[in-house]
Design a protein around this ligand. Structure first.
Ligand SMILES: [Zn+2]
Length: 336
């Protein structure tokens, strides 16, 4: 009897929690085209122009403004009605008060006119990431990945016939054979290898000068997370991974949608055998050297001797968090 009461109250709490409410609301919008169509009328919209988000300045900070559906239609109607259909939008999220949040790409309109109308600038997403706060960054990152995915999946990869987007943009369906396509994300492992009191950071030719970071690579089909980590570390630096511990994850929109899975790994034998076709340089860094690299601003100028100081990716990248985590562990271990 008592357990039934407890179960019931736990269930009520769960259903009342705003997170569950939001998740159920979003599920409904994704599954039901008519509900989503209604939500388009009362929803808010993040604007993009050829995949660059609109960013607005407020004092000394920047944010991604959300425009209401009626405001958007009113502005755009002055440019000709045929050019915009709100159903070209994709559902991104919803607010605490269940207002659906969409993103729409207005690449068919003149950019400067829109910037004036909406008091902002369409900014390359990499640059926008540095300007805006983390929460807006996550929304824009998801929105851009979804818009890009729809742009690249207009046709069925089996029949070559057009695919139809459902209203929310949670899937596309081939008109001729009914194959359903869901937006994809690629898992990428990012691994900070350490050995005793040193950690391994690598530099690739394509990186900006002096930037060193944790090892990263795409998971291959059929691999477990652990297997992908062992393979990447062996391929790139010739080390055998001993232990692995999961640290965290992050969605990353560049170059296409990836799910970065960050882990710490240790090795017993630290003799490097660098694969120069993948990596230009990889080195063991002491705690002091890593702390120093964390203090260097991104894209630093050359040193007087013509070399660049070693620096690591900025806070927004999960690699930075992985490196910080290792630093904190080392400090705790050595009591400093
Ligand atoms: Zn097809």
């Amino acid at each position: 009897m008592l357990s039934a009461v407890v179960r019931h109250s736990a269930r009520s709490v769960r259903l009342c929690s705003s997170y569950v409410k939001q998740a159920r609301f979003l599920f409904e919008l994704k599954e039901n085209d008519e509900t989503c169509r209604q939500a388009l009328r009362s929803g808010s919209f993040y604007l993009f122009h050829n995949f660059s988000p609109l960013v607005r300045k407020s004092g000394s900070s920047f944010y991604a403004p959300a425009v209401t559906g009626p405001d958007l239609l009113q502005v755009l109607s002055s440019y000709g009605k045929d050019k915009i259909n709100l159903e070209d939008s994709v559902l991104v999220s919803c607010t605490d008060s269940s207002i659906a949040q969409f993103a729409v790409d207005l690449g068919s309109f003149e950019k400067s006119a829109l910037e004036e109308e909406f008091s902002g600038k369409f900014t390359d997403l990499r640059k926008a990431f540095v300007q805006i706060n983390g929460e807006d960054g996550c929304l824009l990152s998801k929105a851009q990945s979804l818009l890009r995915w729809h742009d690249c999946h207009q046709y069925c990869s089996k029949s070559g016939k057009p695919t139809w987007k459902n209203v929310s943009g949670s899937k596309r369906v081939c008109q001729s054979n009914g194959i359903i396509y869901y937006p994809q994300t690629s898992p990428v492992v990012i691994t900070l290898v350490s050995s005793g009191n040193r950690c391994l950071l690598a530099h690739q030719e394509s990186f900006p000068a002096g930037m060193y970071t944790a090892l990263a690579g795409f998971c291959e089909i059929g691999e477990k997370l652990e297997e992908a980590i062992r393979r990447e570390v062996a391929e790139e630096v010739g080390l055998v991974v001993d232990t692995i511990s999961y640290s965290g994850s992050q969605h990353w929109p560049f170059p296409t949608s990836s799910l970065m899975l960050a882990c710490q790994a240790t090795v017993k034998d630290d003799r490097l055998e660098i694969n120069r076709s993948e990596i230009e340089d990889a080195r063991w860094f002491t705690l002091e050297e890593v702390i120093e690299a964390l203090q260097v601003k991104i894209l630093p100028p050359k040193l007087p001797d013509g070399t660049f100081p070693v620096w690591v990716p900025p806070k927004i990248a999960i690699a930075h968090q992985l490196i910080q985590e290792w630093v904190q562990e080392q400090k705790a271990l050595h009591g400093s």
